[in-house]
Design a protein around this ligand. Structure first.
Ligand code: PMV
Length: 330
């Protein structure tokens, strides 16, 4: 194949990944902790990779705009991995369309690198699926490893130095849930996830406690998904995100992904619970709040969050499918 198009949905971590394992500079992108996520039916990335036999460099066109060298560099470094696996040194034209506000903390890197992994391997004629696709996507972005699968997904931390045991797996569960995505700010984020987690890891005295207490959260979250226990999952989810953000507040210098609207939304989630509605919040490397709730409560939760001053918009997302190759051309 010389051209392939793939689509990957974004996913939101319910038990977070934050921090990296030392890989001796091999760019394996190994997480310090595992994670548990929900792949959404909304928000995602469609990417076409076309091999360019005459090309002299990779080209990236994102949302209709050709991107400069710095932005292409991360994509090129990723394509190098695929070129290595294929044993072919062809450059590529990558055309990508995000249904997610790029770099605003709505996890665009998850869907972006997962779609790129699926499209690039297909364009090079490689059959890379399941755990192998997850391992490859992880090299682009930790969260991308999880978008390979739909629904609830577990990403093991793994212990091997080569990262071969660090891949995502779907969790069999009958649990249905909704994630209400509450937009609490606009524009690109100030601190990207990679630099944010690195700075937390290097300077926050809470980081070791984050790692030490993480395995328990992951097994609790996993057990809650398997048992279909939404309140238990929601409670551990909030605990995980607040611990993650505590490592940013306690970094030196400190940094905050939250805006006043983030905090107001969190207070509304607590108020909803006080009124008897099961709703729990999580936040990533950006200001937005995502609220986990039962399908029957989603409209009420969205309506309540939509009235919080400063909230820019509210979307209800359901569990969505894993990444897929849409078309290939020889
Ligand atoms: O995949 P990255 O490098 O963009 O990092 C993701 C970090 C968080 O979104 C904050 C947590 C997670 O597990 O997705």
């Amino acid at each position: 194949m010389s051209r392939a198009t793939a689509y990957a949905h974004t996913n939101i971590a319910l038990v977070k990944y934050w921090g990296k394992r030392d890989d001796g500079g091999r760019a394996l992108n190994l997480p310090a902790v595992g994670s548990l996520s929900l792949t959404l039916d909304r928000f995602g990335t469609e990417t076409t990779v076309e091999l360019a036999p005459e090309g002299r460099q990779d080209v990236l066109v994102l949302d209709g705009v050709e991107r400069p060298g710095a932005e292409v560099a991360r994509v090129s470094a990723f394509l190098d991995l695929v070129r290595q696996q294929a044993g072919r040194q062809l450059y590529a034209r990558v055309t990508s369309r995000n249904d997610v506000p790029t770099a605003a903390g709505l996890a665009s890197s998850a869907s972006a690198f997962c779609a790129l992994a699926a499209a690039a391997t297909a364009a090079f004629g490689l059959r890379v699926e399941g755990g192998r696709l997850s391992i490859l996507a992880r090299r682009g972005s930790g969260s991308a490893a999880r978008s390979v699968y739909g629904g609830f997904v577990l990403l093991q931390r793994g212990s091997r130095d080569d990262g071969e045991d660090c891949f995502a797996e779907p969790i069999a569960s009958s649990l249905d849930a909704r994630l209400v995505v509450v937009r609490c700010g606009s524009g690109p984020k100030d601190v990207g996830s990679t630099s944010g987690m690195g700075h937390s890891q290097r300077t926050s005295p809470y980081f070791p406690a984050w790692v030490e207490t993480h395995a328990r959260d992951l097994s609790d979250g996993h057990a809650a998904v398997v048992a279909g226990d939404l309140p238990r999952l929601g409670e551990v989810m909030e605990h995980s995100t607040l611990k993650m953000h505590a490592t940013t507040f306690s970094a030196r210098p400190p940094f905050f992904y939250w805006t006043p609207t983030t905090l107001a939304a969190l207070q509304e989630v607590k108020a909803l619970r006080g009124r008897g509605t099961g709703a729990w919040a999580t936040m990533d490397a950006g200001p937005h709040v995502k609220v986990l709730c039962a399908p029957a409560d989603a409209n009420a939760v969205a309506a309540a969050l939509g009235t919080v001053p400063g909230v820019l918009g509210v979307d209800i997302a359901a569990p969505g499918p894993g990444a897929r190759v849409l078309e290939t051309h020889a």
